[in-house]
Design a protein around this ligand. Structure first.
Ligand code: ADP
Ligand code: MG
Length: 591
């Protein structure tokens, strides 16, 4: 601009006026404070090293003499043993305490709470000294039947409990209290949908905990867990009060004799440094292992390649050796086990507190029928679906499938509640697909699918893998067998979830808004999959907001509101001439 002061004008970048445009030089910004900081740090390091190496009193000669001293090595061995045993026992008891603490039994959870409270309150040193003097309280250890005179064996307490045993027990009991809370924290960090999905597949409580919940919880458990282990490795030095010659006690014994205090403390320090460094490396590897499928980018496991491809990968490769010629249709998926699937919902009522989510709902669904449940949010649609596989227990009424009541056995007028294994067995005949997919994020697509057939139907591993590959092929995902859920799109995840539900060859399939969490362009692929399934003769109940889809696939439309079925009937009838004004109002809003 003509009026601009030339001296403060924009830089002269008119390249054409320069003889050599490449001649612009870049001058990096100056950071005087950073330079000063670096100089100070370098000086500090130099001064420290100089003092450590030249100050004779550090006594590096003595240090070298005792570093591999047999007594020191024996002490080091004891320290390592104490750490290892107390870690294993402590975390094992801690795990049991954590599961007891989250258990529904008030007594179990209360006991666990009390243990944790007590052991966290008692200083470790006091605990060790009490245990060491337990022989005074109980001079003998008796093995027999409590409250009787029957006695099989009797030992002197001090002869059974060595000082080492006392140390291991004390450290473990103390460790258990702290690790219990760490493990509980990990368990609480897992979304409840994971446990529900595992339960809906019919997995046992043990399997849910060990295969689904704990491996995921490990990600949260490991960092603070290793903090604890490292703390424990150091805390083992406290057992010197028992005069147990572990590393620290051993160097004490030596320096009391030769008065070389600092060099011997350095021996212990450097050994502790080495132990902690090794532990940190182990932690890194374990964290990597449990990060499977947890991040968007694919991480190769640190030690994984050492053992070559895993069992599942080998089975997949073997199954792939015989190439599939063309995609098999879903509708033709083996249906020998779902010839029937009559659902009978009888006057089911479900309350949450004072609120009636279901109010005497009755509905009969014929084998092979496809039923779509529609209705406003909060109508009780999900609750109704969840009572069908007993994820919700009805307060009154019951649901039966092929005459079997899911959680009860009927004898005359009485309903006897069944035990968990029996409920799980009946549940396995009911597949469920959730709004949020609830795939297990730490398992690949194939691993997600084979879990239940192996656990519940006792299918051989390789057989389960080929079943899973067949199913993935049918839902159009044969190339995603070894992908983790996080590496799949929402639509693909939901199709894997459908394949997972199908793997048990259920006679009833439940879908709770299977497309509501999907981007609009992904809805179609999932609906197509379900449409194909609708032809397979499986009884299906679908809660959906996709009215067009419901009209196309459903044999029956059920409209729910305020925990009641307002009306039910054939799609043409309900959609074209609803008999209830609430249905008409709802349809006017969504169509
Ligand atoms: P829909 O699936 O039709 O949207 P839901 O079956 O999820 O409705 O819920 C029906 C009603 O029950 C809602 O008002 C909801 O707030 C209530 N509800 C569902 N689950 C619970 C629960 N666990 N605790 C308390 N209220 C619940
Ligand atoms: Mg719902």
């Amino acid at each position: 601009m003509a009026t601009t002061d030339v001296s403060s004008a924009a830089p002269d970048l008119d390249v054409s006026r320069r003889a050599d445009p490449s001649g612009y030089r870049v001058i990096p910004a100056k950071h005087p404070w950073r330079v000063a900081g670096t100089v100070v740090a370098a000086l500090l390091i130099a001064v420290s090293l100089h003092s450590i190496l030249t100050n004779q009193r550090w006594g590096w000669g003595v240090f070298a003499q005792f570093f591999f001293d047999p007594a020191v090595l024996v002490g080091l061995g004891r320290t390592l043993w104490l750490t290892l045993l107390a870690t294993i026992v402590g975390f094992f008891i801690g795990g049991l305490l954590a599961f007891a603490r989250v258990s529904k039994s008030k007594l179990l959870s209360g006991l666990s709470w009390a243990y944790i409270w007590l052991l966290r309150s008692i200083p470790l040193i006091v605990l060790l000294l009490v245990l060491n003097n337990i022989g005074y309280l109980y001079p003998t250890v008796d093995i027999g039947v409590p409250f009787t005179d029957i006695l099989f064996a009797q030992y002197g307490t001090t002869s059974v409990l060595s000082v080492f045993a006392v140390a291991v027990i004390g450290l473990s009991l103390n460790q258990a209290a702290f690790s219990a809370e760490i493990i509980r924290g990990g368990i609480l960090s897992i979304d409840q949908g994971q446990q529900e999905a595992a339960a809906a597949l019919g997995l046992s409580w043990r399997r849910q905990s060990l295969r689904i919940i704990l491996p995921q919880a490990m990600r949260a458990i490991i960092p603070s867990g290793f903090n604890e282990i490292i703390g424990l490795a150091k805390a083992t030095s406290i057992v010197y009060v028992l005069a147990l010659p572990e590393l620290f006690y051993t160097v004490q014994v030596i320096y009391k004799r030769n008065l070389e205090v600092i060099p011997l403390l350095m021996v212990a320090t450097v050994w502790y440094l080495i132990i902690m460094s090794l532990l940190s490396i182990v932690q890194f590897g374990i964290e990597r292992y449990f990060a499977k499928g947890a991040t968007r980018e694919v991480q190769a496991p640190l030690f994984g390649r050492l053992f070559g491809p895993g069992r599942t990968a080998r089975a997949i490769a073997a199954a792939r050796a015989t190439p599939v010629t063309q995609r098999a249709p879903l509708a033709a998926f083996d249906r020998h086990s779902h010839d029937v699937g009559r659902i009978d919902i009888r006057r089911v009522t479900k309350r949450f507190g004072d609120f009636k989510a279901l109010d005497g709902v009755s509905l009969a669904i014929e084998p092979g029928e496809v039923t779509a449940i529609i209705g406003p949010s909060g109508a009780g649609k999900s609750t109704l679906l969840r009572t069908i596989n007993h994820l919700e227990r009805p307060d009154a009424g019951f649901v039966s499938i092929d005459g079997e009541i899911i959680a009860f056995e009927q004898r005359g007028e009485l309903l006897y509640e069944l035990k968990d294994p029996a409920i799980r067995k009946r549940r396995a005949g009911i597949g469920m697909v959730f709004q949020n997919f609830n795939l297990f994020p730490h398992l690949t697509a194939v691993e997600n699918i084979i879990e239940a057939p192996i656990a519940i139907q006792g299918l051989a591993h390789d057989e389960a893998v080929s079943l899973a590959l067949d199913l993935l092929d049918r839902v159009g995902l044969s190339d995603k067998a070894e992908a983790y859920p996080r590496h799949l799109s929402g639509g693909q995840q939901q199709r894997v979830a459908i394949a997972r539900a199908l793997a048990l060859k259920p006679k009833v399939l439940l879908f709770d808004e299977p497309t509501s969490a999907l981007d609009p362009e992904l809805v179609g692929e999932v609906l197509d999959t379900i449409k194909e399934l609708a032809q397979s003769g499986t009884t299906m109940v679908i809660v959906t907001h996709e009215i067009g889809f419901a009209r196309e696939v459903a044999d029956k439309i059920v409209f729910m509101e305020n925990g009641r079925i307002v009306e039910a009937g054939a799609p043409e009838r309900v959609f074209n001439s609803p008999s209830h004004h609430r249905t008409a109002e709802f349809l006017a809003k969504v169509l």
